[in-house]
Write a protein that binds this ligand. Structure first.
Ligand code: ADP
Length: 255
């Protein structure tokens, strides 16, 4: 089977139950190679749980997840995670390691040593100075730390980039700049990206495809254009209404 024969990522009736709580309730969907997908929804709708079934931070209670044509549960965990970059909100850099060592940790665990030149290149991808490699994480701003998190996620040249509220803790200017940088990297490195966010504006601006989750289900699967044209149903439109109303109020104020 060649790469063209199957989507890069497939969810087939994926469910996850925690005690009595159904966090993910039968999700079936396919994500082709190269797509930038935003997974949007209210807090507690199951976005993070669904995302984590891909890199096996969460074991589904039912159904299956296939990555590059093979069930994730059948792949050795280290090999699976080697192909999947993961960025999350509180990025968790190791405080006793330099920035360079933090970026090189994934390849090191897999037995590879990243060259200083490759670390420079990874820093460059996220618009950071090579000088940064020698610094310690506690001396950095939140935005710089998050950029390093993205560089670290790209160190293994992953096929898939998973991001869980990656910019949630950043100020709006940094958030906007880093979001655009990640979208550019997605295109330049021909990645496939799934980004969890509760921010519909961010999803509409960055993604090719927006999935809306509610109570563990995907209730809308639309392009940003279709959502902005009124598609996707009531829950999706409720989320689109928020940035739209803000924009209209700002436009009113500037008249
Ligand atoms: P979201 O990412 O959309 O905010 P989550 O996937 O984090 O949603 O959570 C979905 C539901 O599952 C919530 O009701 C949450 O409380 C519950 N949940 C998530 N993780 C756990 C866990 N480790 N143990 C118990 N319940 C959990």
């Amino acid at each position: 089977m060649t790469a063209q024969d199957h989507p890069l990522l497939e969810f087939c009736d994926v469910r996850k139950e925690y005690g009595g709580t159904l966090a993910v309730s039968g999700v079936t969907l396919a994500i082709p190679q190269g797509q930038f997908v935003a997974l949007v929804g209210a807090s507690g709708s199951g976005k993070s749980t669904l995302l984590k079934t891909v890199n096996r931070l969460v074991e589904p209670s039912g159904g299956s997840v296939r990555f590059d044509g093979e069930g994730v549960e059948n792949r050795p965990l280290a090999a699976l995670r080697h192909k999947i970059g993961y960025v999350f909100q509180s990025i968790g850099l190791f405080p006793h390691m330099t920035v360079g060592e933090n970026i090189a940790i994934g390849p090191k665990l897999a037995g590879d040593r990243l060259s200083a030149r490759r670390i420079d290149e990874l820093l460059g991808l996220v618009d950071l100075d090579p000088e940064m490699a020698k610094r310690m994480p506690d001396k950095l701003s939140g935005g710089q730390r998050q950029r390093i998190g993205v560089a670290r996620a790209l160190a293994n040249e992953p096929q898939l980039l998973l991001m869980d509220e990656p910019f949630g803790a950043l100020d709006p200017v940094t958030r906007d700049a880093l979001g655009e940088r990640v979208r550019t990297l997605h295109d330049e490195l021909t990645l496939t990206t799934v980004m969890v966010t509760h921010d519909m504006a961010e999803a509409l601006l960055l993604a090719d495809r927006v999935l809306v989750m509610d109570s563990g289900r995907i209730v809308a699967d639309e392009t940003p254009h279709n959502l902005l044209s009124g598609g996707g149903g009531d829950i999706a439109q409720g989320l689109v209404a928020v940035p739209r109303a803000q924009f209209e109020r700002l436009a009113e104020l500037s008249r």
